[in-house]
Design a protein around this ligand. Structure first.
Ligand code: MG
Length: 388
């Protein structure tokens, strides 16, 4: 696959999405050439990936890493930081950008790639939460396409294949409920980072795993789905489904519901994004329904997991409210993982920032980034007050 096929850039290539992307590319065998890679803290893994895929360009986090990667991978150009990510996202000849970045950092590379008419396969949901309208506008004007890599929006996309969007009544996102499903807010208060990082069904990076435990991830997916599939926030429902076998459902105007089911493995949605509208075999055992026995569904616990409704609220308010919530949450999760605040403080902090937020228009990316900065500042002040 080194000399032909669609040219691909993988942003965030050393994370869990990156790991799966490369397994999918190996499985497909031909049709794709990796010409750009970005990685953050895991430099040895980035160097291994570069030796395997021989990209033209590599982006690292900072100048220090540039020297290290440059001497280990002399055949590739090495760039760094936010400017480097933009360079990678806009490489000439690249058709597909796989965005496996974590957080707001993925916003500008996404916009830049779409502006040049590229296809961006998004596992990175925060940009869509922050600036879904701007991203869709950019895709329209630049001629780019957004493909969902995450299991839920990917499932919805598959369920809607060939359907008339006007006949769609409701999207139903499934949620595993996270590791603390069934606990009360009091019991959640002193959860440790190690406990929060132990997800029952999906193996993922630390930020999204904490977001799953607070249900913030599901709330973000509500906002993301509303943008991606052109429905109102209140047309997106959430149902807790502990087995993570039904990846999401859609309901049509006649009451018919289509569900997407499959093994709990990111390999499947990622490969579909790369092969659609066709399909390709996978090295994964098929789902054994009889062995599974039963599937369960329940309403989410909105009282003990208030982050879900904070997302609905931010989505309804619109403007810069979702960007502010995302920024507050990134700061909160960082502070929790760093041992500065407790698990229960994440929801409190997010709620406090949103209660005081007066949203303005998100007319351009400057508005969104300004909201992001201000909300982070408010969050940091909140954390500092708690620490005193
Ligand atoms: Mg998901």
């Amino acid at each position: 696959m080194d000399s032909e096929g669609k040219k691909v850039v993988v942003l965030g290539c050393t994370g869990s999405i990156g790991d799966t992307c490369f397994k999918v590319l190996e499985n497909l065998g031909t049709g794709f050439t990796v010409v750009g890679l970005s990685g953050g803290a895991k430099i040895p893994k980035l160097i291994d990936r570069a030796h395997r895929w021989r990209p033209d360009k590599i982006c690292v986090a900072d100048a220090e890493a540039v020297a290290q990667v440059r001497s280990a991978v002399p055949g590739s150009e090495v760039v760094c930081g936010a400017a480097g990510l933009l360079e990678l996202a806009t490489m000439p000849g690249v058709e597909l950008v796989l965005n496996g970045l974590v957080g707001a950092v993925g916003l500008q590379p996404t916009l830049a790639a779409l502006a040049e008419g590229k296809t961006v396969a998004m596992a990175n949901k925060e940009p869509l939460v922050m600036a879904g309208g701007l991203i869709l506008d950019m895709a329209r004007t630049g001629g780019g396409t957004i493909l969902p890599l995450d299991s839920e929006p990917n499932a919805i996309w598959q369920c809607l294949k060939g359907e008339d969007p006007k006949e769609l009544r409701r999207i139903i996102l499934t949620a595993s409920g996270g590791p603390f499903c069934g606990r009360t807010r009091g019991e959640l208060r002193d959860i440790s980072p190690a406990e929060a990082l132990d997800h029952p069904t999906w193996k993922m990076g630390p930020k999204i795993t904490v977001d799953c435990a607070t249900l913030m991830n599901k709330g973000f997916e509500v906002i993301e789905a509303a943008w991606l599939f052109g429905v109102a926030i209140d047309q997106v429902d959430v149902v807790v489904h502990r087995q993570s076998v039904v990846h999401s459902l859609v309901e049509f105007c006649d009451g018919a519901i289509l569900a997407h089911m499959g093994k709990t493995d990111m390999f499947l949605p990622i490969q579909y994004a790369l092969t659609h509208p066709g399909r390709h075999t996978v090295p994964i055992e098929p789902l054994d329904l009889a062995a599974l026995g039963q599937l369960t569904f329940a309403a989410p616990d909105r009282e003990n997991f208030p982050c879900l409704d904070l997302c609905y609220d931010a989505g309804r308010r619109g403007g810069t409210a979702p960007a502010a919530l995302n920024a507050a949450n990134e700061e909160a999760v960082g502070a929790f993982l760093g041992g500065r605040i407790g698990f229960g403080d994440i929801a409190d902090l997010n709620g406090a920032i949103m209660a005081d937020w007066s949203e303005g228009d998100a007319a351009d990316v400057g508005d969104v980034l300004a909201a992001d900065r201000v909300a982070r500042q408010h969050a940091e002040e909140w954390i500092a007050r708690l620490e005193r």
